[in-house]
Design a protein around this ligand. Structure first.
Ligand code: ZN
Ligand code: ZN
Length: 384
C-alpha cells in the first residue's frame, strides 16, 4: 500500500471494492481455511456506557476494526460492525457476550461509512437481532450501486479510467485478462446490507437516553459521518464530549483520499477539498476524546487535525512543483513521495496511489493552480 514519509503516518488503504485491492479484479483465490478456535475477544471499557471490541480484518495489515457499543435504554447500539468473515463474526459475538449482552439484543447499527471493514457484518447483525441499520444517503447510494454492479461493467470502467490517466499497458493487461477470461472475483460489497434509516447530518440519532449527533465528514467516502457523543467525558476530561471518528480521524494513519468511484456520475467531485473541510469541521468540535475505528482512542483531536491539514498542504505544494512540466496523473504518482520507491510499490497499491494523485490534482485544479494540457488522448496537467 502507498505510504507517506512526512510524518502523518500510514495512509489507510481500505479494502474497498474495485480500485482498493489487487485481488478484487483478479482471478479468485482458493477460500481461506477457517481458524479452529477464534482468539478471546479484546474489549475495552471507555467509560460512560461505551465499549469497543477489536474485530479482526482477515489478511489485512490494519489488523482490526474497533466496533463500538453504546448502551441505550433500548439496548446496545453498535457503531460499525466489522468485516464480513466467519472469524470476525465469532469475535464480534464473543465480544458482545463478554460485555454481558448478546448479538440478538442489539437495538441498532450506526455506520460511519460503507467500506466492508465497517459495514461488512451489518446484515448479519440485523438478521440475528432485528436491529435497524443507519447510514448517510451518499454512502447508501454507493451500497445500492455496488449491489447492482456487474463485475464486467466495473472492470471496463476501471480500465478506461486508468488508461485515461496514463496507466501503462502492463498495468492494464491483468484487468483486461480478468475481463475476457471471466474469472473475476465476486466484489465484496455485493452482499452489503441496504440500510433501513438515513443518517441526517446535524441531527441527533434517536437513541433512548443518549445524545449522539451526526456530523457529515465526506472525503474518505462521500457519505462518511462521525458521531458526536454530546455528553460529559466520563473521566471529566476537558472538551466537548467524545467523537466516534470512523476512518476520518485516526491517531497514526492518514486515511486514503481518492476520487469517489462512480461509473454513472458525470459530476467532478473534489474529495480532498471535502476531506479538508470535514477535518476543520471536526476540529471545531473541540472534543475531549476521539474513539476511532482503527488503532486506539486518543485525546489530541485538535493537534491531529492540524497535523493532517498541514500534511495535505505540504503534499499539494510538492505536487505543484512537480507539475512545472505537464504530467499525467500516473506520471505524477510515479514521482510523488511514498514510503518506498515506485518500483517496489505493488500492483494494486499503484492503482490506489494514482487515485490519491488524482484527488490532489483535482483539488489544485479547483483552486485554479493547475490546468489541463490540451491534446493527446491522455490527460496531462501543469501548474499555471
Ligand atoms: Zn474506510
Ligand atoms: Zn476502515
Amino acid at each position: 500500500m502507498p505510504l507517506d514519509r512526512v510524518g502523518a503516518g500510514r495512509p489507510h488503504t481500505d479494502p474497498e471494492f474495485g480500485v482498493q485491492r489487487d485481488e478484487d479484479s483478479m482471478p479468485q483465490e482458493p477460500a481461506r481455511e477457517r481458524a479452529q478456535e477464534p482468539a478471546a475477544p479484546r474489549v475495552t471499557d471507555h467509560g460512560g456506557g461505551v465499549h469497543s471490541i477489536e474485530v479482526p480484518i482477515p489478511d489485512n495489515p490494519l489488523g482490526h476494526t474497533l466496533v463500538h457499543l453504546v448502551d441505550t435504554d433500548r439496548g446496545p447500539v453498535l457503531v460499525d460492525t466489522g468485516w464480513d468473515d466467519p472469524d470476525s463474526w465469532d469475535t464480534l459475538a464473543a465480544g458482545l457476550r463478554a460485555l454481558g449482552t448478546d448479538v440478538s439484543a442489539v437495538h441498532g447499527v450506526v455506520i460511519t461509512h460503507h467500506h466492508p471493514d465497517h459495514h461488512g457484518l451489518s446484515g448479519q447483525v440485523r438478521e440475528a437481532s432485528g436491529a435497524w441499520i443507519a447510514m448517510h444517503a451518499a454512502d447508501a447510494a454507493v451500497v445500492r450501486r455496488t449491489r447492482e454492479a456487474r463485475p464486467g461493467v466495473w472492470l471496463d470502467y476501471l480500465c478506461a479510467k486508468l488508461a485515461a490517466v496514463g496507466a501503462p499497458e502492463e498495468h492494464l493487461a491483468p484487468l483486461r485478462e480478468a475481463r475476457t477470461s471471466g474469472r473475476m472475483r465476486t466484489l465484496p460489497g455485493l452482499r452489503a446490507a441496504l440500510p433501513d434509516r438515513e443518517i441526517v447530518p446535524g441531527d441527533l440519532l434517536p437513541l433512548a437516553g443518549r445524545r449522539l449527533r451526526a456530523i457529515w465528514t465526506p472525503g474518505h467516502t462521500p457519505g462518511h459521518v462521525c458521531l458526536h457523543l454530546e455528553e460529559e467525558h466520563p473521566s471529566g476530561l476537558p472538551g466537548n464530549g467524545r467523537l466516534f471518528s470512523g476512518d476520518h480521524l485516526l491517531p497514526g494513519i492518514t486515511p486514503h483520499i481518492g476520487l469517489y468511484e462512480d461509473p454513472d456520475d458525470a459530476v467532478e467531485t473534489d474529495p480532498l477539498g471535502d476531506y479538508l473541510d470535514s477535518l476543520e469541521r471536526v476540529g471545531r468540535l473541540s472534543v475531549a476524546e476521539v474513539l476511532p475505528a482503527h488503532q486506539h482512542a486518543f485525546t489530541t483531536a485538535g493537534a491531529r487535525v492540524r497535523e493532517l491539514l498541514s500534511h495535505h498542504e505540504d503534499r499539494l505544494t510538492g505536487l505543484l512543483s512537480l507539475l512545472a512540466v505537464p504530467l499525467t496523473p500516473w506520471e505524477l504518482a510515479e514521482r510523488m513521495e511514498w514510503n518506498r520507491p515506485w518500483a517496489q510499490i505493488p500492483y494494486g497499491s499503484r492503482t490506489i496511489a494514482v487515485s490519491e494523485a488524482e484527488a490532489h490534482v483535482r483539488r489544485l485544479e479547483k483552486l485554479g493552480k493547475v490546468e489541463r494540457v490540451p491534446g493527446g488522448g491522455v490527460v496531462r496537467f501543469r501548474s499555471v
